[in-house]
Write a protein that binds this ligand. Sequence first.
Ligand SMILES: [Zn+2]
Length: 688
Amino acid sequence: MKKNQTIIEEDLFYQLYKTPPEKPKSNTPEEIKEYIKKLTEFLKFHQYLYYIKNQPIISDKTFDDKLKELEELEKQYPEFALPDSPTHLVGSDLEQEFPKFQHKIPVLSLTNTYTIKEVLDWAKKTGAESFIVEWKVDGATLVLYYEDGILKHGVTRGTGNIGDDVTPNAKTIRSIPLNLKEKINLIVRGEAYMTYTDFERFNEEFGSIYANPRNLTSGSLKHKKSKEVAKRPLRWVAFDGYLENKEFKYDSEVLKYLEYLGLPVFEDNVVCNINQLETTIEKFKDKEKNLDIPVDGLVIKVNDRKLREKLGYTANSPRWAVAFKFEPDLARTRIIDIETFVGRTGRITPRAKLEPVKLAGTTVSYATLHNEDYIKKLGIRIGAEVLISKRGDIIPAVEEVIDPGDGPEYKFPDKCPSCNTKLVKDKDSVDWFCPNPECDERLIQSLIFFCGRKQMDIDGLGEKTIRTLFNKGFIRYIEDIYELPKYKNELVKLENFGEKSVQIILNGIEKSKQKEFRIVLPSLGLKEIGFNVTDLLIQNGYNSIDKIIELVNQKDAKQKLLSIKGIGEEIADAIITQFKDPKILERINKLKQYGLQFEQKEIKIDSNVKPIFKDQVWCVTGTLTHFKPREKALEEVIKRGGKTSSTVTSKTTHLLVGENPGSKLEKAKKLNIKIVTEEEFIKLLNES
Ligand SMILES: [Zn+2]
């Protein structure tokens, strides 16, 4: 297929089809014909935005509704139906830039169901005894082809028959093994995705025009530079495996086998019978609220592989599986104002002030607008009526403009809202920046970031307090925080402060000196140096600031950095320039003198305890009561001479089991690995 079956005149179509075409006033054949043409163009344009651009500007529901309408019309007036109508062409995400790959087994879409009754009706019809229920991850399908246990191809869904071969990109995803445990031929279908936390962090660090993790995921898979893709926190999970010369009775066994091969499989998958389906679905729904993984429903499959073959397929989908879609939470409201903010990197982000509206249990007053481009493309202006959505914990986003209203087009500011400096824009960037490093708001934001919960987590130094201390001249740069104890007497006298709250702040500051290097470094807010990059540096032996500075001053620094999987050109350059910058080095030096950790402590064998775990390899599953996070338990193993592993493998000798253990437990039992309860573990520790 060509780049797109229609020629999309992007700019024109943005003007014409931001909102659905108006229905004809009378129903003369000419008008119906014209309306069908417009509706076809409208749907194809949005299919293009969804699949190719990864930047949909209408909600899935509006798309589905309009598609249904077109279907009805085409039934009534078959003579007006267009040959390239989206009602009989599957949406495709193929792009010219990638080699094409013919799927060995077509990737079909699933029939959607929206009610439990529909699911039960389907389940009854299959006659199956057991079903497997899984999350329907809201990401991008990625099929992996292994030959002799080696990853040969990573292919997108494409048309379902032909996909884009994005192997170099797939290889950058850390949860995808390049080699399997056994030398077999395997086709494994799965979903690339991104957690909400990673998505937020990515947006914080790099800025993004993507409205949600799904769009960023599919945009990343289709990125032309795999070095760029490596920067993005993509994950992948397996759903379906097709093996040559290997027979399995149940699908649940296949999934276990995939896991054994080293492929990631969700621990949440449930096998149940028809009578348990309803409660199982309810349990999943409950769990979804706290899930960090974006899902838009469940997939329910017949577990018996033989029965699957018997049930077979309809033209577009298997009869042995359905999707159960969760209704997305949408709310309709009006934009009262558009405000802009400057962040610590200088990036300007706009947000919409909304007429407060209830959405997913909370009242929403603001929605993110990402950047100027996004505002333009969606046609957002003050007074517009919009549909907003909220998935997971992320800030609500505008899904769609229902009615743009008659206000003037929004003009993006050209000066910084804080310091009035003229804004600048990088060449390929969609973002505007305040270039002034002394911009008050940028400095305040750096301080807020540094003290934040995910960073140094300094008690008492929330946004309000930071602003007060900044305005009163007590703090301006990060290092000033550690001078605060000197001003205790002045601080106590400030309005709303008092002895008690000042003590909380000072204790918080003191406590932050214990924060590990892996937290300290990303908290400094340096360009490109977030948690991921910091971990990569540490894992590759650059586990102290001194070692990093020594590295960047070597002639082959860049080469050495680029040899680390996950570090690309831009990151390498950013590391080298910043750790040579005298200003940054001075800041680091000061912080060092105040006692912050600039070396990652290694857990070493503790000579005060007996090496009782020597020659043993420990793994942990479930929640522990005395060790939080549970990795703390594994530290005890290392201190006593043992080794640890994150998954159960044939090398694992012991599995420490907490509450609600995952599939590791079953696997360990199969491999005859010693199972140890938390109680028994503590007893062992005490004896040593
Ligand atoms: Zn500024």
